[in-house]
Design a protein around this ligand. Structure first.
Ligand SMILES: Nc1ncnc2c1ncn2[C@@H]1O[C@H](COP(=O)(O)OP(=O)(O)OP(=O)(O)O)[C@@H](O)[C@H]1O
Ligand SMILES: [Mg+2]
Length: 245
């Protein structure tokens, strides 16, 4: 089933057109990675999809409903999309456990006990159960990012958006997060993930959407995109990734 269908999405900021007609589909259980040069509009694209940014024109069908149209329940749409950012937006005054249970209690209206059971289950899933009583300041960057992923997943969203989940981490912590995301991929969690990291892109994606100059220049599997691509622009961008072969 098609979960998200983006048709001719355009976003203009103050006369500067960032997205010039993006067409992408995301099926249930599929993982697509968004790549492209800095400033090409990857974050803007994700933000349009959960209406943090208002699209200028085009259509975004979420479960068949055009969410750019009038009368859309934006809160409902957002609650169905888990969002993980580059800088883990955990509440610093709450433990890992309480970061996870907060949304379950306030938005999902679970009792403290139900929320705690759900949180424990989700924390186990990414190997974070033993850190549940720690505060964010007592965690490594990789652990913080895993906690942010758990918090998003605990809400049982239909799709998880990740915007550069590893870019503020050193290589070791980054591998830790890549392996968690890879596990979710193997569990068929539907994801859109923006990254500059070819390792992450290769290990978690069904396909990679390469955006340049506001359009999708190509969508293809990692092997086709990374190595000896006929388009000089794409070849130049992935120069050096050859080591991953
Ligand atoms: N709220 C805004 N107001 C005005 N311009 C914006 C706004 N948000 C983004 N832009 C512009 O849109 C363009 C795309 O930004 P965006 O953050 O989506 O790029 P990106 O591909 O995610 O870049 P990076 O790889 O560096 O994260 C940039 O030129 C940016 O300055
Ligand atoms: Mg960005």
């Amino acid at each position: 089933m098609v979960l998200i269908e983006v048709k001719n999405l355009v976003k203009r900021f103050d006369g500067h057109t960032v997205l010039k007609g993006i067409n992408v589909e995301l099926h249930e259980g599929q993982v697509k990675v968004i790549m492209g040069p800095s400033g090409c509009g990857k974050s803007t694209f994700l933000r349009c999809l959960n209406l943090l940014v208002q699209p200028t024109s085009g259509q975004i069908l979420f479960k068949g409903e055009d969410i750019t149209g009038p009368g859309v329940d934006i809160r409902k749409v957002r609650q169905d999309i888990g969002f993980v950012f580059q800088h883990f937006a955990l509440y610093s005054h709450l433990t890992v456990q309480d970061n996870v249970t907060l949304g379950l209690r306030k938005l999902r209206k679970m009792t403290a006990r139900q929320a705690s059971e759900k949180a424990s289950h989700e924390l186990e899933r990414v190997g974070m159960f033993e850190y549940r009583h720690r505060y964010p300041a007592q965690l490594s960057g990789g652990q913080k990012q895993r906690a942010a992923i758990v918090r998003a997943l605990a809400m049982d969203p239909s799709v998880l958006f990740l915007d550069e989940p590893t870019s503020s981490l050193d290589p070791e912590m980054s591998r830790e997060v890549v392996s968690v995301i890879n596990k979710l991929y193997l569990e068929n969690v539907t994801m859109f993930c923006v990254t500059h990291d070819p390792h992450l892109a290769k290990y978690i994606s069904d396909s990679i959407v390469f955006i340049d100059e506001g359009v999708v220049l190509e969508e293809n599997i990692a092997e086709r995109l990374f190595y000896d691509h006929p388009n000089p622009r794409i070849r130049e961008f992935f120069l050096g990734v050859i080591d991953l072969k």
